[in-house]
Design a protein around this ligand. Structure first.
Ligand code: URA
Length: 417
């Protein structure tokens, strides 16, 4: 086989066979296909898409590029939760401890930041000492001991996703339904949980911009889950504005702690309560309202926060050593009125540009002081930038301030399959 011929075949709208996709994916993993060739292949998928059959093949090949976790030594229902990526999306770190406090095992493999979206793994790596590369034994021991664990793609589990994900990030080949679906589901299948919940984000700060795309992705995610006999549900949520008040790795950990203590941004808190309740209801096969009571009790009693601390220390992290940039720049409103929009794409790009300095600067980010729906006076502080020298004073461009109020609706498109 020759990669150029496979790319031409795809461009001619012919379906690639399992063996042809296998040749490309494994060729890239073992080095016989170069980054340049793989980039052309990924660009071709972004333009020409893939059939369902091709997406199933791609997912299966990525799963088989490594091991599937053996969870047979772990008793009880195991669940997994994933987000397709957004700006300020730290929901996994809030939902995981809530679920683990309710006798359900929370087992998850996450990715680093992709494009302008933030990655759960980067947020965790902002905690000094936190280990995301655990052996299979360490993972199973953690799940048995504390009921939750979050790891990164590794050389043993979905190595193909690790390598392709990093190339997609560098080559702007992130916004493709087949690539997102196979990337997410290969991780979910390799992690081998029984039930999967996916928060499909749509809007300016998400990888997908339209409701139709979000529905299309949700359908294929559920179909892949079904093929592997995993109960899979997708909930589509709005990602036009940043989620929560903090955007940036260590700042988001600070916000996780606030929400787990019953405080913090209302929209973020409500979304986490909804997603946790939904996940718990499918895990335990109980009514959503009953699950919500369990979730609220777990937060109000402080159990979820204590579980988060247990999880961090179990994976070697020291929360007391979290660092935030002390170069804080205030952003002031340039008119009086209601904040009607905060462009998540602008905010995500500002934070990622600063964070990508010399490897990674986890201490930078943005704090939104006045969110969508607030009335602000001229020259009032509406945000703070925890900056480094890569900040170019452009955060004000993200804010729209108008005479009339508009509400931010997060659970705009709830669709369950
Ligand atoms: N999350 C993933 O794991 N992969 C993607 O491609 C997008 C979001």
């Amino acid at each position: 086989m020759i990669i150029e011929n496979l790319i031409s075949k795809k461009r001619n709208k012919e379906e690639l066979s399992y063996n042809e996709i296998d040749y490309v994916i494994n060729g890239f993993v073992n080095g016989s296909i170069s980054e340049e060739e793989m980039t052309l292949f990924l660009q071709c998928i972004c333009e020409c898409s893939m059939t369902d059959e091709e997406i199933y093949s791609m997912t299966d090949i990525m799963v088989k590029s490594g091991n599937v976790l053996d969870l047979s030594d772990i008793k009880g229902i195991k669940v997994d939760k994933h987000s397709t990526g957004g700006v300020g999306d730290k929901t996994t770190l809030i939902i995981g401890p809530i679920i683990a406090c309710n006798d359900v095992i929370f087992n998850k493999m996450s990715g680093k930041s992709l494009g302008h979206t933030g990655g759960t793994i980067d947020k965790l790596l902002s905690i000094p000492g936190f280990k995301v590369d655990l052996s299979q034994k360490e993972l199973v021991d953690s799940l048995n001991k504390i009921g939750m664990c979050i790891i990164s793609q590794s050389d043993n589990i979905v190595p193909a996703d690790k390598k392709i994900y990093s190339l997609r990030d560098k080559t702007d080949t992130t916004m493709s339904i087949p690539l997102i679906a196979s990337s997410i589901m290969s991780k979910k299948i390799a992690c081998n949980s029984d039930k999967i919940l996916i928060d499909v984000k749509v809007g300016k700060g998400a990888l997908l911009r339209t409701k139709d795309e979000a529905i299309q992705l949700s359908k294929i995610l559920c179909k892949i889950g079904k093929k592997y006999n995993k109960e899979t549900a997708c909930i589509i949520t709005n990602m036009n504005n940043p989620l929560g008040n903090m955007i940036g790795n260590s700042l988001e950990i600070k916000e996780v702690i606030e929400v787990l203590n019953g405080r913090g941004n209302r929209t973020l808190r409500e979304l986490c309560i909804y997603l946790s309740s939904y996940l718990l209801s499918i895990a335990k096969d109980i009514e959503l309202n009953v699950a919500k009571e369990f979730v609220l009790e777990t937060i109000n009693s402080g159990k979820a926060y204590n579980k988060f601390l247990e999880f961090v220390s179990n994976q070697g992290g020291n929360i007391k050593l979290l660092k935030y940039s002390n170069n804080i720049i205030e952003v002031r409103s340039n008119k009086e009125g209601y904040i009607t929009n905060i462009d998540a794409l602008i905010v995500g790009n500002i934070v990622n540009k600063m964070a990508n300095k010399d490897g990674h600067d986890y201490s930078v980010g943005v704090e939104i002081v006045r969110h969508v729906g607030s009335y602000v006076n001229l020259n009032e502080v509406i945000a703070k930038v925890y900056a480094n020298e890569l900040y170019s004073n452009n955060l004000i461009d993200a804010f729209t301030i108008e005479k009339d109020k508009k509400e931010q609706r997060i659970l705009e498109f709830i669709i369950k399959f």
